[in-house]
Design a binder for this molecule. Structure first.
Ligand SMILES: [Zn+2]
Length: 74
């Protein structure tokens, strides 16, 4: 797997996903991803991206200003 931006190699890693929504700041920790060893660009698989969408939608409905959850525990 090659980086879309710099053609560097992508390795399996985890990252913290952050979403800054209107009035909500959501952080999801330990999200599985592929990370470029050269420029640090992060990509998610389709499954992970769909799960992130679900989690963000669910957290957005909670009236907390800042939500920090762990991907594995979610
Ligand atoms: Zn790159």
């Amino acid at each position: 797997m090659k980086c879309f931006f710099c053609k560097g190699s992508m390795v399996e890693s985890t990252t913290n996903y952050m979403a800054d929504l209107d009035g909500h700041f959501i952080i999801i920790r330990n999200v599985p991803c592929h990370k470029c060893t050269q420029c640090g660009e992060v990509t998610y698989s389709g499954t992970v991206a769909a799960r992130l969408d679900e989690l963000v939608t669910a957290l957005e409905k909670m009236m907390t200003e800042v939500a920090i959850i762990d991907y594995e525990a979610a």
